[in-house]
Design a protein around this ligand. Structure first.
Ligand code: SF4
Length: 378
């Protein structure tokens, strides 16, 4: 059987965060949505009977906007339709506001064994600015509650380069997070996604941004503080305690097979990528009238895949395994990218050891620049 990552997109949020470019709408999941999702599982699962799901990820949106009964229904449908491995990693993104004792107990009983929580910052003023509905103390209580109720694999998200965030603010957030009972931290700098409230403010020149020096100081704090407290940087934005790297996300970085269900979810099976159209109403209408949901299908060429292989592997600490690359694409990496690699090594952004090519400390800070060098023109 082939391993498969299963992703379920729950596209509902209580309100819209000012920076968020993910597809979601401001209401609660309802019966037609649950029925459509069940129908999609029923429709797609026959093609995946030779696959074994070893990771499941409930993302969003806000999956914890599902009621306890709705969550049970989703998990039950997954188990009925797909083969699940003996020790799957089952992650659920949760909003601190939803993490009551009862909800956490229920989720654990359903087999959820990893929680990812968007705590974002230790500063209540910043949380309000970015549109989060919880305070730092509520987030902290939620994390501790999950730990007390038996969750032993908890990840938190933090953000930096936020409007009005000082270097000291971010340092405090890092020092706060490392003292929580967690195993994993994902840290994201603010990206101005088109259509978000922050992007609109930035267009009008009304979004304060950190200076280059401040950004660099925040970056250095992240790279210094998290490892100091036992969180190894194993991917460009991800830090984990030993044994707690995200198994599901690794599938994305290693170009493994994953199936995404729900509006706006993406899948990758071999060299085919398909993305379901966003739009909950259309999704429900299609599925409840017996049609497959509208989706965009993209057949990746070898060149497309090779580019992705390079920049996704470079995101990871171990970088590009050169022997695997050669085995997969018939020629050594230098055949395709000799000039670029030589230049990036000279700029001290890439380095090589034990037949792996990976980002240096400075290379990881300039990741996008490095990745662009792996896009081939011809
Ligand atoms: S960041 Fe999360 S909670 Fe906020 S709008 Fe986006 S998906 Fe919803």
């Amino acid at each position: 059987m082939t391993d498969l990552g299963l992703y379920i997109h729950i596209p509902f949020c209580r309100s819209r965060c000012a920076y968020c470019g993910f597809y979601s709408i401001g209401r609660k999941p309802d019966a037609p949505f649950l029925k459509a999702l069940a129908k999609e599982m029923e429709m797609r699962s026959p093609a995946f009977q030779d696959y074994l799901c070893d990771t499941i990820y409930l993302g969003g949106g806000t999956p914890s906007s599902l009621s306890e009964n709705q969550l049970a229904e989703v998990m039950d449908n997954i188990r009925r339709r797909f083969h699940i491995s003996d020790h799957p990693e089952i992650t659920m993104e949760m909003n601190p506001c939803d993490m009551t004792d009862s909800y956490l107990r229920h989720a654990r009983a359903l087999g959820i064994n990893r929680i990812s929580i968007g705590v974002e910052s230790h500063d209540n003023r910043l949380l309000r600015t970015i549109g989060r509905l919880h305070t730092a103390s509520e987030a902290e209580k939620a994390v501790k509650r999950a730990w007390d109720l038996g969750f032993r694999n908890i990840s938190v998200d933090l953000m930096y380069e936020l409007p009005g965030q000082s270097v000291m603010d971010f340092r405090k957030s890092l020092l706060w997070a490392v003292h929580l009972p967690i195993t994993h931290v994902s840290v994201y700098s603010l990206i101005l996604e088109e259509g978000t409230r922050f992007a609109q403010l930035a267009d009008r020149g009304k979004l304060p941004r950190p200076t280059e020096e401040e950004s660099w100081a925040m970056y250095q704090d992240m790279c210094r503080i998290l490892p100091h407290y036992g969180f190894e940087r194993y991917e460009i934005s991800s830090f984990a305690r030993k044994g707690y790297r995200s198994r599901h996300n690794r599938k994305y970085w290693e170009l493994s097979d994953y199936l995404g269900l729900g509006p706006a979810a993406s899948s990758r099976i071999g060299r085919t990528r398909f993305t379901i159209s966003p739009g909950v109403r259309m999704y429900e209408k299609d599925l409840l009238t017996g049609s497959a949901p509208a989706e965009e299908i993209e057949k990746l060429t070898e060149k497309d895949e090779m580019e992705e292989y390079c920049f996704l592997h470079l995101r990871m600490k171990e970088g590009i395994p050169l022997d695997d690359f050669e085995h997969r694409y018939g020629h050594p990496l230098s055949f395709w990218y000799g000039r670029q690699v030589a230049m990036l090594k000279k700029q001290k952004l890439l380095t090589e050891e034990d037949r792996h090519l990976f980002l240096t400390y400075h290379g990881a800070a300039l990741g996008n620049y490095v990745f662009e060098q792996f896009l081939r023109d011809e």
